[in-house]
Design a protein around this ligand. Structure first.
Ligand SMILES: NC(=O)c1ccc[n+]([C@@H]2O[C@H](COP(=O)([O-])OP(=O)(O)OC[C@H]3O[C@@H](n4cnc5c(N)ncnc54)[C@H](O)[C@@H]3O)[C@@H](O)[C@H]2O)c1
Length: 333
């Protein structure tokens, strides 16, 4: 299979590339990434010289580049996005450029090629907005709260329209919050680990009662692999880790594991529009594609903490005051 992975120098994309190369001998991967701030070529350390892998620096918005790559591709997995909600509150424009205009360029490149190329659009549970009781199913309405979530919801709608109007072989996944190795230090779990290791106060938004459903990144990668190979065109698949926890529970577990005192926790001003609870029903992917998560939250969190403890060469150059800021949505980016 000739696979184009976009955004493969980011957190999930780089884990996905490793997963695919480790799982299949007969595969060729082209990784297209613009190398924006959240990316890191060292996320792919060790595989740069794999004969099955090639890196191209570029933006998915570049139609000529995407048309060129579509020529040899059997499938595209689109991870490329601006991904930090807080930054989207401070400046939404880059989010609509990459997340919405970017997917339009990929869809157009496939359409004008006339080829049958499968596209997996990696989407988010945030497109549904929050839910106080119960869980979202794939056909529930999209009701995003942040500019980030809105830009991703727009992308999903474009994909569905291109399937309906042009018959493009596109599948959308919507996944809950990921964590694991190579996650950029501005996100909750790595930020908490790093600030605690550095004996800095650990910020928690509002009351800390907001609920997220966490999934280990390798479980997400396995689900995406199944969707890519066996998913049905035009369908949406929810992917949930089944680990609903309040933010304060997550932070407390990390501090306990690192043997750090709870008084490092500092409650800070909540970000505007902060969703209260996310929850997905992922019985469809379980039933139709036989996927289920393999890792327990506790085991995966321990593994993640160990990874950050042993790889400070990776995060130290990235972890400056702005990246670790307690309220990044207040900054000018
Ligand atoms: N992290 C999560 O918890 C989560 C959950 C559900 C869905 N997702 C989705 O998964 C995808 C990957 O998320 P992530 O956490 O790995 O993000 P990330 O920020 O770590 O990686 C995104 C990558 O995309 C690249 N990129 C951004 N704009 C680009 C463009 N226009 N052209 C080419 N490359 C571009 C960046 O350089 C970066 O390497 C995103 O689409 C995100 O919306 C993430």
């Amino acid at each position: 299979m000739h696979l184009v992975v976009t955004g493969g120098c980011g957190f999930i994309g780089s884990n996905f590339i490793r997963h695919i190369l480790n799982s299949y001998e007969d595969v060729k991967i082209v990784n297209v990434d613009s190398l924006s701030y959240g990316s890191n070529l060292s996320n792919l350390k060790g595989i740069e010289n794999d004969r099955r892998y090639r890196f191209v620096k570029g933006r998915i918005n570049d139609m000529n580049l995407m048309k060129e790559l579509v020529k040899d591709a059997d499938a595209i997995a689109n991870f490329a996005a601006e991904s930090h909600v807080d930054r989207s509150i401070a400046d939404p424009w880059p989010f609509f450029k990459s997340n919405t205009e970017g997917i339009l360029a990929i869809l157009e490149a496939i359409r004008v090629s006339g080829k049958n190329v499968r596209l997996v659009q990696v989407g988010t549970d945030e497109s549904y907005g929050d839910i106080l009781v119960g869980s979202f199913r794939e056909d529930d309405r999209l009701n995003p709260s942040s500019p980030y979530a809105a830009s991703k919801a727009c992308a999903d709608l474009l994909c569905l329209a291109y399937h309906r109007t042009y018959g493009i072989d596109v599948i959308i996944t919507r996944c809950t919050n990921n964590f694991g190795p190579y996650q950029f230090p501005e996100k909750l779990i790595p930020k908490t680990i790093i600030r605690a290791v550095l004996n800095l106060k650990v910020p928690v938004y509002g009351s800390g009662k907001n609920v997220r459903d966490w999934i280990y990144v390798l479980d997400h990668c396995e689900a995406l692999d199944k969707v890519l190979r066996n998913g049905k065109a035009g369908e949406v698949y929810n992917i949930s880790g089944g680990n609903e926890l309040t933010n304060i529970q997550v932070v407390e577990q990390i501090l306990e594991s690192l043997n750090k005192p709870k008084d490092l926790i500092e409650f800070v001003e909540d970000r505007p529009g902060h969703d209260i609870r996310y929850s997905l029903n992922s019985s469809k992917i379980l039933r139709e594609l036989g996927w289920r998560p393999k890792y327990s939250f506790k085991e995966a969190l321990e593994h993640t903490i160990e990874w950050y403890l042993h790889n400070d060469w990776w995060w130290k150059p990235l972890a400056d005051e702005r990246i670790l800021h307690p309220t990044p949505w207040k900054l000018k980016w």
